[in-house]
Design a binder for this molecule. Structure first.
Ligand code: DX5
Ligand code: ZN
Length: 218
């Protein structure tokens, strides 16, 4: 991978004006748009579903990076694919048949991602590594924005980088990413940085632009 991509999480956007917020980050420097889908079961929070993704789709042509924190997930993959997701990422902990879920995503013509909670070892990737396009390393326990980065995940990123070798697989890191730690996260091997609170802090498009630039400069 060459340049580090920034994927702002709309979890920290104003939900009453989501379309505008997506347009704002699109125009102010986002590479991708990160969409956090939570079910109140796999994680202790509820956010948005496929109809919202579909409604947002016309507001940006950027990659929609859809992070499913739902269990079970298989029944919803098609709905998110049809809604316009580009990457669909499922949690290894949320699906009994991870291989099946990943195959289903690729059969829908989408890029397949696997996410690992902070306590999940990278070894779960061993038998699916040739069936994925992205690994999402959670650097917080998923469920909420604004939590602190868990330092132990830097070692996991380094280990996954080695496992990937010369395969065409991106490493994305999600949770507590700020200008203060972005260099360390990218240095450990991350290709895509997700940031929610660090991007939407301030609440105006001018802030978003400055916040994204600060992460990029780091
Ligand atoms: C956590 C979500 C993240 C999170 C990022 O459950 O998957 O995308 O909202 O937000 P910050 O950057 O505020 O940790
Ligand atoms: Zn996320």
């Amino acid at each position: 991978a060459n340049k580090t991509l920034i994927s702002p999480s709309i979890l920290s956007a104003d939900f009453a004006r989501l379309g505008e917020e997506v347009r704002a980050i699109d125009e102010r420097g986002a590479d991708w748009i990160h969409v956090d889908v939570m079910d109140g079961h796999f994680v202790p929070n509820i956010t948005i579903g496929p109809d919202v993704v579909k409604a947002l789709r016309p507001h940006s042509e950027k990659v929609f990076d859809v992070h499913l924190m739902i269990s079970p997930c298989d029944a919803y993959l098609e709905a998110f694919a049809n809604a316009g997701a580009d990457y669909i990422t499922v949690h290894a902990e949320a699906t009994t048949h991870l291989d099946r879920s990943l195959q289903a995503i690729r059969q829908l013509g989408k890029k397949a991602g696997v996410s690992l909670n902070p306590a999940t070892p990278e070894t779960v990737l061993e038998y699916v590594i040739d069936k994925i396009d992205l690994v999402l390393v959670m650097s917080v326990n998923p469920g909420f924005g604004g939590q602190s980065f868990i330092e132990s995940q830097l070692q996991k990123i380094e280990r996954i980088r080695k496992m990937i070798g010369d395969r065409d697989i991106l490493i994305e890191v999600d949770g507590g990413v700020t200008p203060a730690n972005a260099a360390a996260v990218a240095g450990a091997g991350a290709d895509v940085l997700v940031a929610g609170s660090a991007v939407f802090k301030g609440g105006t498009p001018d802030h978003y632009e400055a916040n994204i630039a600060a992460i990029r400069q780091a």
